[in-house]
Design a protein around this ligand. Structure first.
Ligand code: ADP
Ligand code: MG
Length: 251
């Protein structure tokens, strides 16, 4: 984990979200403070309805907080004009939604190239970028396939490829292993972790999958829209005894 002297990629200050439905308010997230730093993987862990998706939508600038503020790279989102917010979201934030939202009529490569196209790259450059991302996460062989031809695990990797195609500094993933078996779930987790480390990106993952804990740097436990506990340096803690068990011996 990074030292706390550096600037957070994502910062929530007292950010809350109240949903107005049928004339009454439901609190999705109570005022929350949170910072996520470059290179770290932070899990939002909690049961259904605990506020994980609400927190991710605030972090991604998809909705405005009912109170408090959200900043990306020190830039407060509510101070941006709609086009500036859209531009920041396209270039700095990658989101892996629960639904895949892949376009069936486009190939894997074309689906992934859509995001760099939105940021203004020419078609050729966008395709090159998409190709290099497919190589980076080991699915170059799927480039010409269409989404209906892919397995769940393959689709999820394409969705992650699409989210990281512009190398965003902040990657948000909502239940990325929910529909996957153990092997595919582990693969996605490793892809997310490698992305954080290789690109010094902040990765925030909402999940109720306990298998992800050992791959996180920090775990934030949510319950009924409130942060209950923050566990620091989870992966370091878990790795320490393993290192002790297997001392290097010189022959
Ligand atoms: P999680 O992702 O942990 O399952 P959510 O963030 O989706 O939790 O939901 C947190 C709370 O906010 C729940 O009580 C949920 O019913 C409520 N909520 C979420 N989205 C909406 C919405 N669009 N309208 C009304 N209430 C909502
Ligand atoms: Mg959710």
């Amino acid at each position: 984990m990074k030292e706390r002297g550096q600037r957070a990629v994502l910062e929530l200050r007292g950010a809350s979200r109240i949903y107005q439905a049928a004339g009454r308010g439901t609190t999705g997230l109570y005022p929350t403070d949170l910072r996520v730093y470059p290179g770290e993987v932070v899990l939002l862990l909690g049961p259904s309805g605990s506020g994980k998706t609400t927190l991710l939508t605030l972090a991604g600038g998809l909705v405005a907080p009912s109170s408090g503020s959200v900043a990306i790279d020190g830039c407060c989102l509510d101070e941006l004009s709609p086009p500036a917010l859209q531009q920041l979201r396209a270039s700095r934030i990658g989101i892996v939604f629960q639904s895949f939202n892949l376009i069936d009529a486009l190939t894997t490569l074309e689906n992934v190239a859509l995001v760099p196209r939105f940021t203004g790259l020419r078609p050729r450059e966008a395709m090159q970028k998409a190709r290099s991302v497919l190589v980076e996460i080991g699915i170059a062989h799927l480039a010409a396939q269409f989404p209906p031809e892919l397995s769940q695990g393959e689709k999820q990797r394409v969705v992650v490829a699409r989210a990281i195609a512009t190398h965003p500094g902040l990657l948000l993933a909502d239940e990325p292993t929910a529909s996957l078996d153990t092997e595919n779930g582990l693969n996605i987790t490793q892809v997310l972790r490698r992305y954080a480390k290789n690109h010094d990106a902040a990765v925030l993952v909402a999940t109720h999958d306990l298998r992800l804990i050992e791959h996180a740097d920090r775990v934030i436990h949510l319950s009924d829209g409130r942060v209950m506990e923050i566990e620091e340096s989870v992966s370091t803690k878990l790795q320490a005894p393993i290192l002790k068990q297997a001392p290097m011996t010189k022959k």
